[in-house]
Design a protein around this ligand. Structure first.
Ligand SMILES: [Zn+2]
Ligand SMILES: [Zn+2]
Length: 231
């Protein structure tokens, strides 16, 4: 019996006639139809074109206008798959707590599909978590997401922050944090003239991901795109 990883109810799979006749091997689904619909997919016609914040229209949001003042030369183009609503937070909490690959599988196909839609990306870089978070959790959740989605990546960044994680800070504290990232020494030559994509689990204020962008551009990357599972 195949159970939904989220609600634990049995998943009923309806085989099509052609699948039955040809004995097509079907990957058992990890999530039931009801739970699959709980993710709020951000639609392109109702989000900020720069950061994918869900809103009523396609206007540039206030956050992005502020960022553009700080980084006038950076062409913002962030992509986020789902809005970080109640379910998103609940999902993220369970995934971060367990690192369960079956939970990651709930989003892996969609994540892989979005990433494969980008052309000419030379390098995919997950945001590294701090040493303290790594010691506590034992894994980097963004790396697990990418591995589960079958996306190859290279970790060129180091996270040197020693303080508590972003989630425990208020908005102003987050925006004022100092640059936590640096490029690993041996990785510096690899970035020169490369088109890279930086990936994080959640985009909240943009502060974390933009520090990573700043770091990678300073090391000579030609083009930097960013993506997160949630916004
Ligand atoms: Zn379910
Ligand atoms: Zn925006």
């Amino acid at each position: 019996m195949n159970k939904c990883v989220w609600c634990k109810r049995e998943i009923i799979t309806n085989f099509s006639i052609s699948q039955l006749l040809t004995f097509t091997k079907i990957e058992p689904r990890v999530v039931c139809g009801t739970c699959a619909l709980k993710f709020d997919t951000i639609k392109l016609d109702s989000c900020c074109p720069k950061c994918h914040r869900k809103q009523l229209d396609k206007s540039i949001c206030q956050d992005c206008m502020n960022w553009q003042k700080i980084y006038p030369d950076y062409p913002f183009s962030h992509y986020a798959l789902y809005s970080y609503d109640e379910f998103g937070k609940e999902w993220m909490e369970r995934f971060k707590f367990t690192g369960d690959i079956r939970v990651a599988k709930m989003v892996a196909d969609s994540l892989a599909k979005v990433i494969s839609g980008y052309k000419a990306i030379d390098m995919i870089i997950p945001i590294p978590i701090s040493k303290k978070s790594f010691a506590r959790r034992g894994f980097n959740q963004t790396e697990i997401l990418l591995k589960t989605a079958g996306v190859s990546f290279i970790q060129v960044l180091e996270n040197k922050s020693i303080e508590s994680n972003q989630a425990s800070k208020n908005r102003r504290e987050r925006l004022e944090t100092v640059q936590p990232f640096s490029i690993k020494k041996e990785m510096k030559p690899k970035l020169c003239n490369k088109n890279v994509m930086i990936i994080d689990d959640v985009y909240t204020t943009g502060r974390t991901i933009l520090f990573a962008v700043e770091c990678v551009l300073a090391a000579g990357a030609r083009n930097v795109k960013t993506l997160s599972l949630f916004r």
